[in-house]
Write a protein that binds this ligand. Structure first.
Ligand code: HMG
Ligand code: MG
Length: 339
């Protein structure tokens, strides 16, 4: 496994034909905003949310290389895979093969977090057997998506998660809770704030250390984000426990992220190159692209720890593995339209 970008990848970022690239020119020009946090933790979901939605099966060595490159680009949290039923998500059926390939990364990057998704105790058993240091359960704010994604009602899904969170706690493994369809559902339409907050509280009461609020189909707009976060704060949830997870179907993911930052959120999910979606919600497209997020955050003087050229080179490399250009605007701007 190599983690260096090739000279070609690097040079294509730092300018072509002898002219400087935008990064050489010191762009984006950072201007801070005192209403925003000084640092944001990016929860990278490309290898999981991105690759779960690829029609082609990506070889396990390529996945391991992708994760290694993301870690080398400075991403401290990289969601690696899912221990779900392999028939439900064949793209991630190689989780057992992937985990041992990632073990050396912990030595190379002390403190690196590589969480994995687990839907139930069977998934937890598999994850613990492969030394997962963090896991995530994933609930739905709507009934229809709970049934489609987990083959259960929302209540039954919560009961499925209860022993997972308990046993992970006993094993010293922190659990993140995802909540999907927080802003709209392709079958049920609008989702009331109180309904979302109710389901989110249940995940936190189970013992989830963090709650990631998902706009699974990318329909949210910034006012909705502000209103939902205010709903959680009114219910007594500290904003430090909340993360946001935007898909970019309608081009709103960055605006929604800015609204969340203004409400005090400091953990943002994103996917390198804008890969992503959910096989059980066809209207879900790629996640907010990590490069687009980093461009905005660095422009606002917000620290992320991410090396943007190295990250963009990684997404360019991954786009070539997948045989199609990256949907990220920033990747295309930095590497060229065919990246
Ligand atoms: P089910 O068919 O109801 O499972 O699926 P079951 O509990 O009835 O068990 C049936 C068989 O499957 C049993 O085997 C189990 O052992 C086995 P048998 O006894 O018949 O031989 N089984 C498993 N095998 C391996 N690993 C497991 C596992 N569980 C059961 N973990 C289940 C229920 C939850 C398993 C299924 O619905 C599932 O795997 N769903 C996952 C769907 C998924 O991964 N969706 C994408 C992730 S969510 C997402 O992308 C949204 C997010 O990004 C946020 C956002 O954008 O909003 C997070
Ligand atoms: Mg998602």
């Amino acid at each position: 496994m190599t983690e260096q970008s090739s000279p070609t990848e690097q040079s294509s970022i730092t300018g072509q034909n002898g002219e400087p690239g935008v990064l050489d020119l010191g762009l984006p020009d950072p201007v801070t905003d005192p209403a925003l946090p000084k640092r944001v933790r990016i929860h990278e979901v490309g290898p999981r949310d991105g690759l779960q939605n690829e029609s082609a099966l990506v070889p396990v060595e390529v996945k391991a290389e992708f994760i290694a490159r993301l870690a080398a680009a400075g991403l401290g949290t990289v969601e690696a895979t899912s221990f779900v039923h392999p028939k439900w998500v064949p793209q991630l059926a190689d989780a057992e093969q992937l985990m041992p390939l990632l073990a050396p990364l912990h030595e190379r990057h002390p403190g690196l977090r590589l969480p994995v998704l687990v839907p139930n105790e069977r998934g937890l058993d598999r994850a613990l057997a492969h030394h997962a240091g963090e896991v995530a359960v994933f609930a739905s704010a709507t009934e229809t998506f709970a049934r489609r994604n987990l083959n259960r009602s929302a209540d039954e899904a919560m009961e499925m998660f209860r022993p997972v969170v308990e046993r992970a706690g006993e094993a010293g493994v922190p659990v993140r809770g995802y909540l999907s369809m927080c802003f709209g559902d392709p079958w049920e339409g609008r989702v009331p704030v109180d309904q979302v907050v109710g389901h989110g509280l249940r995940l936190l009461e189970l013992g989830c250390a963090e709650l990631s609020l998902g706009d699974t189909i990318g329909v949210a707009t910034p006012g909705q984000v502000t209103a939902l976060l205010a709903g959680f704060v009114r219910a007594g949830v500290p904003v430090e426990k909340l993360a946001v997870h935007f898909h970019d179907t309608y081009g709103q993911a960055l605006s929604n992220t800015l609204a969340a930052l203004r409400s005090g959120v400091t953990v943002v999910d994103a996917s390198a190159g804008g890969l992503g979606g959910c096989p059980y919600a066809k209207s879900a497209t790629g996640n907010l692209a990590t490069e687009d997020l980093v461009w905005m955050l660095h422009g606002l003087g917000i620290e992320t720890g991410v090396d943007l050229p190295r990250l963009a080179a990684t997404s360019g490399w991954m786009a070539r593995q997948l045989g199609r250009p990256s949907p990220s605007r920033t990747v295309r701007a930095l590497l060229g339209p065919t990246a």
